[in-house]
Design a binder for this molecule. Structure first.
Ligand code: SAM
Length: 502
């Protein structure tokens, strides 16, 4: 049996990540905020409960060349923390100070601290939640275990989980196993049994924990199951997984941490949508074949006839094709997939509904316009170049295309608002953001999905500052993600306007 103290004063066997950046328990308990006097599982009433929060490890974005963007965003968005590149280009290691989490928790519950700052924030809590668009997944509160057998890793993980229960109540927990490159398919590898082994081990000391284990979310690889309220996420990131000499970061994110990091931490294992092509096929089958109740969209009928498809062979063709062929044959552009990915990743945010009004700026050849029309929306589609006529029936009253500069599209306020502003223009990110700011302030849109296309030379700090100073204050919700289906230097920013729109 390994004592949990070993996690606090690590022996050689287990090396806690240490650098000059990391807070220790002593420094974190010097916090000056008053103790909250309300009862909530999410508020730590005892400062010692912060002991568990020590380190933070980030899995890369899509590519190792995102490292510098990632570092910059972390430094800009997670206050008072330190970040270092690790040996692996996929991982950046840093600390998230317990103080930061504590401040967030106090603010969230509107508690005044000793310094007299009234934190009774009428502002959205989102203002205080960091976002970091180039992070694919984040592993807070990690410990590093090196060159151990899988059995020992199970023991360390179990100890870490049990320790977290002492810090914070939770109603459910799940385990995600991952590698720096992505998700490990545990069913096929030696790691298959590790989750069950951890559950068994934990149950011996803490029998009630086995009942709280979320089997469905842990084992289900096809369906993406969002975190539940008060759920804890255990992540094990294997940096080497030989059965006798494995190395891994073990991370336990309790509900308060998940809450604080909700804009960065992902409910999808390793932040990667596995088998994305099958999602694409499912979407296209629904559109092009549908079911008996489902009347086909007018534009889909148009595509079938303009591309001279044989309706009887469409199902087979979709099922048999690789992704590139599907894009070429069935949709106007690869960009269509970005909105499909948004729908899968952020189902609570990104849900276009029938008859909602969409402004699509930079719409040609028409992927995003077709996506919006396929959801039954009315679309004002604007580009300097025309839409690809093979994909659109222009007799449809729901489609209004304007061949013009999108920066000059300036509808008078009484004809708006739009439910969705979607922008995918090939212009410098700052220009897109300035346009977004105007749309938000002038209450032209309720929600937005905006693709920022960086050049390698673009200075991300400048756009980050612009987002923080000019976009975030106008939003009740904001988030960013470097989508799998986007280019290497693209960032998708999305959110909800704070200004009330009638
Ligand atoms: C990546 S493409 C957009 C792809 C599109 N979202 C889709 O789903 O197919 C970028 C588009 O931005 C358009 N664009 C760039 N600057 C523009 C401007 N000032 N006004 C309107 N469109 C612009 C280009 O003409 C180009 O068609």
């Amino acid at each position: 049996m390994i004592s949990i103290n070993r996690f606090i004063s690590p022996p050689k066997a287990i090396r806690l990540l240490c650098s000059r950046y990391y807070c220790n328990t002593t420094t974190t308990t010097t916090a000056t905020a008053t103790k909250p006097n309300i009862s909530s599982d999410n508020i730590f009433t005892n400062e010692k409960q912060y002991d568990g929060y020590r380190t933070l490890t980030i899995v890369k974005g899509k590519e190792s060349n995102h490292e510098s963007f990632l570092l910059q965003q972390l430094r800009d968005n997670v206050p008072n923390c330190g970040w270092n590149k690790s040996k692996s280009p996929f991982i950046i290691v840093g600390n998230l100070s317990p103080w930061t989490i504590k401040q967030f928790q106090l603010k969230k519950h509107g508690i005044t601290n000793k310094d007299g700052d009234d934190n009774n924030s009428n502002n959205s809590n989102q203002d205080h939640k960091p976002f970091c668009g180039f992070a694919q997944q984040i592993l807070p509160n990690s410990i590093l275990v090196e060159n151990k057998s899988l059995k020992q890793i199970v023991e360390y993980a179990s100890e870490h989980i049990i320790a977290s229960v002492k810090n914070c109540n939770y109603k459910k927990w799940r385990i995600h196993i991952l590698s720096p490159q992505g998700y490990i398919r545990t069913r096929q590898g030696k790691l298959y049994s590790i989750e069950q082994d951890i559950v068994d081990k934990v149950s011996k000391t803490h029998p009630s924990l086995s009942k709280l284990f979320n089997h469905q979310a842990t084992k289900n690889q096809k369906e993406i199951i969002p975190f539940e309220d008060q759920e804890t996420l255990v992540q094990i990131l294997f940096t080497s997984n030989h059965s006798k000499k494995a190395s891994a970061y073990i991370s336990v994110s309790t509900p308060p941490i998940i809450d604080y990091l909700s804009n960065i931490q992902n409910h999808i294992p390793a932040g990667q949508i596995i088998e994305f092509t099958s999602h694409v096929k499912e979407n296209l089958l629904k559109l092009f074949v549908g079911d008996s109740d489902n009347k086909r969209n007018i534009h889909i009928d148009h595509i079938i006839s303009s591309k001279q498809m044989d309706p009887l062979s469409i199902t087979q063709e979709i099922e048999d094709s690789v992704q590139d062929h599907l894009i070429e044959k069935f949709i106007p552009s690869r960009s269509y997939l970005k909105l499909l990915e948004m729908e899968i990743r952020y189902p609570q945010f990104f849900k276009m509904l029938p008859n909602q009004l969409v402004a699509d700026l930079g719409s040609s050849p028409g992927g995003w316009t077709l996506y919006s029309l396929s959801k039954g929306c009315k679309v004002v589609s604007i580009d300097k170049s025309p839409l690809d006529a093979k994909y659109f029936d222009f007799s449809d009253k729901k489609l209004h295309f304007l061949e013009q500069d999108a920066f000059e599209f300036n509808e008078p306020p009484h004809t708006i608002p739009f439910d969705w502003l979607i922008i995918d223009m090939k212009v410098p990110p700052k220009k897109t953001l300035e346009l977004l700011e105007i749309w938000l302030k002038e209450k032209r849109c309720k929600h937005f999905v905006v693709n920022l296309k960086y050049l390698k030379s673009d200075f991300i700090q400048e756009t980050n500052r612009f987002i923080q100073a000019n976009i975030m204050p106008n939003c009740t919700f904001i988030n960013a993600h470097c989508l799998d289906t986007s280019g290497d230097y693209e960032l998708t920013l999305f959110g909800t306007n704070k200004h009330e729109i009638k």
